[in-house]
Design a protein. Structure first.
Length: 358
């Protein structure tokens, strides 16, 4: 088998400046070579021209913000602003002011009036990432904005009309959050007008090599390589690996491999991927899945009392300790919403009083 030479994929959506993306978990590039991705691209093209609210569903690192930007770029609002807000990255105390703005003197420290993100997005699109982490009180206020198309700044009684297309994204199942009482049903149906499901990278394997080519070209050029090749063993490795971190993990892997490889050929050892295993359950099982399954089998054989609660509590407690008791980091580590983490912490006695709330 020959080495894989670099050439750009046919259909590509990339951030104009990847370094402007706020979080390292975000993807900086999407390609649409796999059949599943081509179907996704066609759906985006159908949805984009309208003003319908869009809900993007996908795992962390799959490129939800890039899809949102592409929807904006294909819409009649493309000449207006596109503003992205991560709902999980802003504290509850500041979220209302950030979204809706505030008047002077509305609270301590409000020394001047401030325009919120909705007003700043006039004539364009507002992207609310990790919408599942929005606290319930703010969900009610967001619902009013979506229904009435107007905002009321904190400390004001006067409403301000807004002409904004709302695009929301989540990596949690909102229908399950609704059933658990963590997300308003009426807001869910308001957001769920046009849905875009973004498959994880392991479910669109046809995109893997085009993405590899793109990142080899992108980082190879920056590092001064005229040509960069992927050795046969590296080619097999990238196709066999399940990429649980999706596009961002693939990008970081290629970037690191180019930094340490000798010459202009990237080998399997340069990728530093976990050693492949024979997966008895699924060819796309994540690394470590077999050892986890073995531990579960052992617990099953012991007929452990309240087994699910034991597993759930152990996962939450261990992750919470690993993240130095930071709820937001714990939520990101586990791929669930901050509201779910907070609920479990109270349920298992890891938070005991109102002052423990973030």
């Amino acid at each position: 088998m020959s080495t894989m030479s670099v050439h750009e994929p046919t259909h590509i959506v990339a951030a104009s400046d990847p370094h402007k993306l706020a979080l390292s978990i975000r993807a900086s590039c999407l390609v649409f070579e796999d059949a599943a991705s081509q179907a996704l691209l066609e759906r985006v093209r159908l949805i984009a021209p309208s003003d319908a609210t869009v809900l993007i569903i996908g795992e962390t690192g799959t490129g939800k913000e890039l899809i949102a930007r592409h929807i904006h770029d294909l819409s009649e609002r493309r000449s207006g602003p596109f503003i992205a807000v991560n709902c999980a990255a802003i504290s509850e105390s500041l979220m209302e002011s950030e979204l809706f703005g505030h008047e002077r003197g509305a609270f301590t420290g409000a020394i001047a009036p401030k325009t919120g993100w909705f007003e700043a997005s006039q004539g364009g699109s507002l992207f609310l990432d990790e919408i599942g982490d929005l606290p319930l009180p703010l969900q009610a206020k967001l619902l009013r904005v979506v229904q009435e198309r107007e905002v009321v700044r904190v400390g004001s009684r006067q409403s301000v009309p807004v002409d904004v297309r709302l695009i929301a994204a989540t990596n949690v199942k909102l229908d399950e959050a609704v059933a658990a009482g963590r997300f308003r049903e009426d807001l869910y149906y308001r957001l769920n007008v046009a849905t875009v499901s973004l498959p994880p990278l392991r479910e669109r394997p046809g995109d893997i090599l085009p993405l590899v080519r793109h990142f080899l070209s992108q980082y190879g050029t920056k590092l001064g390589y005229s040509t960069v090749d992927l050795a046969p063993d590296a080619l097999r490795a990238v196709l066999a690996y399940p990429w649980p971190g999706n596009i961002r993990e693939l990008e970081n892997t290629i970037h690191h491999a180019l930094l340490i490889c000798s010459g202009t050929t990237v080998g399997a050892d340069d990728l530093r991927l976990p050693t492949p295993r024979s997966h008895a359950t699924s060819p796309t099982a994540a690394p470590g899945a077999l050892s986890l399954e073995a531990a579960l089998q052992d617990l099953f054989e012991r007929d452990t009392h309240q087994l699910y609660r034991l597993i759930d509590e152990t996962v939450i407690r261990t992750a919470y300790d690993y993240c130095e008791k930071n709820q937001l980091r714990t939520a990101r580590l586990l791929g669930i919403s901050r509201n779910i983490v907070r609920d479990r912490l109270f349920r298992y006695g890891l938070l005991t009083s109102q002052k423990d709330r973030p």
